[in-house]
Structures are given as structure tokens and as C-alpha cells.
Design a protein around this ligand. Sequence first.
Ligand code: NOJ
Length: 733
Amino acid sequence: MKLILLIFICCSFMITSCKQEDNLKYKDKTVTIEDRINDLVGRMTLKEKIFQLNQYIFGVNTNANNIGETINEIPPEIGSLIYFSSDPETRNQLQKKAMEETRLGIPILFGFDVIHGFRTIYPISLAQACSWNPELVKNACAVAAKESKLSGVDWTFSPMIDVARDARWGRVAEGYGEDQYTNAVFGVASVMGYQGESLSDTFSIAACLKHYVGYGQSEGGRDYRYTEVSPQSLWETFLPPYEACVKAGAATLMSAFNDISGVPATANHYTLTEILKERWKHDGFVVSDWDAVDQLINQGVAGDRKEAGYKAFMAGVEMDMKDNIYMENIPQLVNEKKIPIEKIDDAVARILRIKFRLGLFDKPYTTIVEETNRYLQPASRAIAKQLAVESIVLLKNEKQILPLETALKSIALIGPMANDKSNLMGAWSYNGKEQDVESILEGLIKEYKNEVSINFSKGCDFDGIDEAGFQEAIKAAQKSEIIIVCLGEKKNWSGENASRSSIALPPIQEKLVTELHKTGKPLILVLSNGRPLELVRLEPLADAIVEIWQPGTEGGSAVAGILSGKFNPSGKLAITFPLTTGQIPIYYNMRPSARTGTQGNYQDISTEPLYWFGHGMSYSDFEYDSVRISSEKITREQKLIAEVTVSNSGKMTGKETVLWFISDPVCSISRPVKELKYFDKKEIQAGSKTTFRFEIDPMRDLSYVDATGNRILESGGFYIHVNGQKLKFELVD
Ligand code: NOJ
């Protein structure tokens, strides 16, 4: 009894003493962050430390793939919450409890999936990469950060930088395509947009690189599956975007669901600790993906939840997303001396570091701003529109049927996507609202006012077998001069747990086009989808094909402007469009085949894809002159300057992206047939020309990385590839 009384008195003393001492070192803004962390960790009990290592969910989870019970009683000591709400006041109430009703007053970190915009929805990431405009992507992410921050969110689970080469995988929509350099550049742009100059800026939020690592390699495109990632491809293909974004200051990473060649990404000491923390010196933290710790049991490396928690924590996952395993098991693991307290302290320090950097200790509450001033501001919509315009890819334009004739008087606008709003937003657009989106039909009506009659008919649904609408669609086509068919994928056909065994559009959509084609009218296909599509049967029926991806809030007016010629298309593919699903995997930076010519090709179809990475047309005519190089020989210390002048001989001003590739034909490790090393997008006035320049740094651009991550530069011959030209130069010792 005496002992209990003593404990009670001590505890009460601890609580009151911490509360009263507002001059505690960790609360003092003038002290360095590292000193504040040390001071705070030194005061924490084991239980308080373990709270920091856990993330719970708050609110109603609307993600059908990740069902978790809503927690009614949030412990105010919790490290983080996934905030399924956009109400800043509720966040402030939760935060007030953490700040005022806990012994140490540690703020909660509120995270959420802000993937391509918060309320103002931007094109999906795959589309963003096709813009080849990282500055624009950075600006879009900055707007997303501001809308998030004003809604109570401090941390986004974005960007996804998983190199993805299998279009059957639903998550190709969420990343920046098939190439590691592209993923690195856009990942960095996105981190810079979210995090701003400093994490403590008013509208900065913390980024989270995901899904670390190799998730894009999911076997057969099936989600959550095993991935076969050799050490060579880990270093060469999957790690570079992460390394670039860690160097750019990304605050956090998320460990992936996949099992990397037998060692799950969430229990992988090599990737999480040896590479991330020891080699790259990342000082932020890693959160597991949803239930990924528990899933170590399904993956066959842990016998029970305790072992799963032990493996994930010891491998280097500091925060357990939602599954409560750390909360339940770490105390015992520490008592049993299986987990050293120093390791707990390091994990807690990493989490606190991000909270301190975000300024949460000093400014824990969200400023309340009227909803009308919070979202969809004119400047945000303008960025959304520009990004939608620049990410649209003109895949085909026979006889320059686009832009539409100015004398045109009637258009048949047909297809399930023509007057759709919800699907234009794409997967992961929780707070996006249909009411904010303009459909393609509305966009065209606005664009043409009453000058062109637009005969709309849906024709059919996205899938199913109901052809009842075909007749009306054919009639609309017959009475119009031109047919625009808007087809595509529903938004939930992409994203997590959204794999497809075929990347063709459902037969009903293909049949609609076949019937419309019989009218003999010119036919333009507008495609909205989250992955490359198998277009082998549709392509011959279309005079023009416009890939609009899932363009977001401003999609309708962007598409209308591209069709009318108000905007000039400038997107180029960041992912290859296979001819058929059976060609998968197919990507531009493959390694050379042992036999050249036709040997090793498919016997039944062409071995070439329909559209390669980098393909994309314009209404301008861009002509490249011969590539010039500063020297045919350079040493390791020298730089090589390559230049090419591009003329716009067309009638419209347009933007052109020059993609600079390098190949190394003879090397100790066989190198890809070519690799993207740099790109640059510039506007070129009609009738004028511009010079593009690439400064080649031998160590950065001519070296390769081996299976242990060592960078090696071998002398010898190299090629520069630009727009079909190939130029040799030599690196000498
Ligand atoms: C699972 C997804 O894989 C991940 O991308 C997402 O951030 C988390 N769920 C949280 O919703």
C-alpha cells in the first residue's frame, strides 16, 4: 500500500513538474533541434517512447483496400495519426489533448495520402512525368502542401518513386514511369514542392518516399506479391530515385509490401539500415506500409506478431502503421533485452526530429482559414490546368486532323468518359469532388460556345455487354462532321490492389469504336487511363489518338483546349505502350540481346511496342540539326558539351523536350541499350530555333553502379543518342 502511494506521489509530481516547467530545454526554440531531442528523449518513459513509434487511424477510412477499424479513443500520447478528415478544428482538438493533457506535451504528426493534390486534383503522377516539366510538378506539390496544411495534415505519403515496367500493375499510375532517372527527377521536384525551402515554413509538409523498395517489380503485375530483384537491378534501377530524393532532404520513407528476393522490404536490414541509414545517412524515419509488419507472417518470415514486430523494428522500420504490433510487443521485447533501449531511443529521436523540423512543438495547431480561401484558388487551378495540358500526349495525328478545323460546325462526342467527372480525377483523390471538375463535354461546350453543335451520346458503359446505346451514338456520328470518342478506365481500375491481366480496354469499348468507324467519318480517340493500354485493334481505326491520362480537376478544359488548338500538345510518354499485353515487360532501357536482327523476336506479333518511351507529337514541326560535341575525346576530369539546335518550322509556337540518352557498348557489366541522362523542355516560337545543351559529367553520366553500390567509371567508347541521332565519343585515361 505504501509503495502504491509512493508511486502515485512520484507520478503526480512528474506530471505537474513537467507541466509547470515551461522553460524545459526541449520546449525552448532557441536550443538546437538535436539538443531538444536529447533533452526530451532523456525525460521519456519506455511507454511514452513506444507511443511515438505507432501510428493509428483517425476517422472513417474510405480506402477499400486498407480496412481498419475506426478508433474512437485516440490516446493523446500517440506518435502519429492517419487523418481521414479535412477538418482543421478536429485536428486542433486532438492536438490540444496531446499538448495539454499528456505529461510531456509531444505533438501528434498527422499524415495522409495526398498523392496528386488535396482538393485541387492534379493529373496522376504517371501523367505528370509525361509533361517533362519538373518545375510545374514542384509548384503543384507546393499547392497540395498548402491545401493539406490548412486542412490539418503535416505529412503526405508521397511521392511514389517505384520504377514500374509492368502496366498490368495498378500502381503504375502512381509513379513516374519506367525509367529511374525520370523517377528521380520528378521525385525530387515533388519533395521540394511539398517540403519547400524548409520544413518549418508555414505551408510545408513532410514528404514520404514510397514504397521502399522494389515494389514496382511485383510479379506478373499482381499487387502485394513477391518481387525478384537482383542486387544489380536493386542498385541500378530501383534505388537511384530513392538516393536522389534522400539527398534532396526527403523527411521520411515507407517500407514496401513486397518480398525482395526472399527478404520482405519491411524486414530488410540491408535496404533499411545498411543502405538508407548507414550509407546515405538518412536521419528521418521509416514508417511501415499499412499492416506491412503483420504481413511478415503471411510472407513467411515471422511466426507471430511479436516476431514480426521484432524483425521489422530491428531491420529499421521506426513507425508501425496502424497494426498496433509495436504497441503490443515492444515493451516485452525490451524487457527481454531482445531490443536494446539505444535502438528505441534512436527510433524515437528520428520521429521527434521530423516533428521538431516541422515546427510542431512550437506551432502545433492549424490556422483556421475559411474553406473558400483554403481550396481551389485561381492560382492553384491555373497550375492544375497547365500541368494537365502539358501532360497530355498526342500519340497519333494522321493528316494533321488535329487541331480541329476552325470551320468545323458539328462534333459527335461519344463514349463513357465524355461526360464523366469522377473518373477524370484518377485513383487516390479522396478529397477531390466531382462538383469541382469540368467534364470533357463541358470543356468543349465552353471552348466552342454556340459556334459548333456538339452531339453527345454515351454509347456504352466502361464495361459490361449492354450495346443498347450504340444506335444513338451512331446517329450522333452520322449527323456530325467528326467523331471524338472518349474511352478509358475507371479510376478504381488503377492504384492499389487494381491489377489487370490484360491492358486492353474492355471489348464493349472496342466494339463501340468499330461500329462508329463504319460511318466513314474521321475519328479521334481520347483516352483517359492510369496505365499504358493495348491499342493494337483500336489504333488502325483512329485518325488521331490523344492520351489524356487522368488529368484531374481541370481535365475537361485542358482536353478541349488541346483539341481546338488553343493549346499545343507537348507531352511525351514516360512509359512505353506495348503492342499487346503479351509483350510485357517491355521498356526502352533494356539490355542488349545476344542475337541481333530478327532472331529472338516474337513469331506471332511485332517485337516493337506500339509507342516507345519518349514518343509524343506536337502541332508544331520540330526539326533537329546535327548534334555537336565539344570534343571527340575527353578525360575523366573534363566535361563534354553536347548541343543540338531545334527549329520550329510549323505555324504554332510549341514546347519541345529534348531527351539526351547515353550508351556504353562495351563494359565489364553489360549496359542497357541506352539510358536517359538528362532532359530539357523549352518553348520555341513558330519560325524560330533554340539550342539545347547537355553538359556531360563523366562520373555522373558515364559511370555505372555494381551489385554492391560501388560507382565505376570505365574508359572507352560511348554514344550520345538524341531524337534518332547517334554520335560517338571516347573517354580516355
Ligand atoms: C497502403 C498503400 O500501399 C500506401 O501507398 C498508402 O500510403 C498507405 N496504404 C496509407 O493509406
